[in-house]
Design a protein around this ligand. Structure first.
Ligand code: NDP
Length: 252
């Protein structure tokens, strides 16, 4: 375990998919670097608790909290609990996100709203709550998990692409707002990562996608976690408002 983040407290949203989700990879990589971690889930708290146990086994403090990032009161309660338990927030990773894919002509208002709410409003609410604490601390790191589909578009994902492109614009503006206070805001844009979200690509569809990825494989959640841990570390203290793509070369 490196100790680059020892003494730092990280909140990672949406780590409630046990061994499969990107949130787990992020939490484990931050814990491996010595950070204490607060892991959130909306429904799968047992899975989040399993991730917390995995992090605690690395020798850090870890806690799972139920939070709905779309709900203002729930987000405020998450940060209150974190402060009561761990006393500070140094790193926020806005990872929780959903897809509701369909072609625009078939897309319901609910499919549009739910994706924009979870992927964009959730990051707004969590960043606002965390940055209040970080401003008092005069330091902090916010890392937002977007997607390559927010950079280049994807048929059937107008809602998702709009939310992730919006998240990039949000991050650049927030980076400018918070820079003078020692807080950086960056984005990690994953390509295809092996999770429940990408299980839908099977057989020929998966083979076609693999041909488009120069490194010839889907990424693992730890590949995303390693990029987040770097952006959260002192090594990245002069980097803000940037998008780091973790996609095996897909968008090159
Ligand atoms: P998963 O579907 O595996 O996990 C998503 C997590 O977000 C779950 O823990 C879920 O909690 C949580 N979540 C969803 N809505 C809410 C909410 N309103 N409040 C709190 N938590 C919520 O997703 P991935 O791990 O695949 O993706 C993680 C992030 O990475 C997402 O932002 C996604 O868009 C992005 N991404 C993923 C890619 C991939 O290939 N997998 C590629 C590019 C980007 P619960 O289970 O409790 O509902």
């Amino acid at each position: 375990m490196s100790n680059a983040l020892t003494g730092h407290v990280a909140v990672v949203t949406g780590a409630g998919r046990g061994g499969r989700g990107i949130g787990r990879g992020i939490a484990v990589e931050l814990a491996s670097a010595g950070a204490d971690v607060v892991i959130t889930a909306r429904t799968n708290i047992a899975d989040a608790e399993a991730v917390a146990a995995e992090c605690a086994a690395l020798g850090v403090r870890a806690m799972a909290v139920v939070a709905d990032i779309v709900d203002e009161a729930s987000v405020e309660a998450l940060f209150k609990t974190t402060m009561e338990s761990f006393g500070r927030v140094d790193i926020l990773v806005n990872n929780a996100g959903i897809t509701r894919d369909t072609l625009l002509l078939r897309m319901s208002v609910d499919q549009w709203d739910s994706v924009l709410d979870a992927n964009l409003k959730g990051a707004f609410l969590c960043s606002r709550a965390a940055s209040k604490i970080m401003l008092r601390q005069k330091s902090g790191r916010i890392v937002n998990i977007a997607s390559v589909n927010g950079l280049r578009g994807s048929a059937g994902q107008t809602n998702y692409s709009a939310s992730k492109a919006g998240l990039i614009g949000f991050s650049r503006s927030l980076a400018k707002e918070l820079a003078s206070r020692g807080i950086t805001v960056n984005v990690v844009a994953p390509g295809f990562i092996d999770t429940q979200m990408t299980d839908a690509f099977e057989g020929d569809a998966r083979e076609q996608l693999l041909k488009m990825i120069p490194l010839g494989r889907f990424g693992q959640s730890e590949d995303v976690g390693a990029a987040v841990a770097f952006l959260a570390s002192n090594a990245a203290s002069y980097i803000t408002g940037q998008v780091l793509t973790v996609d095996g070369g897909l968008t090159v």
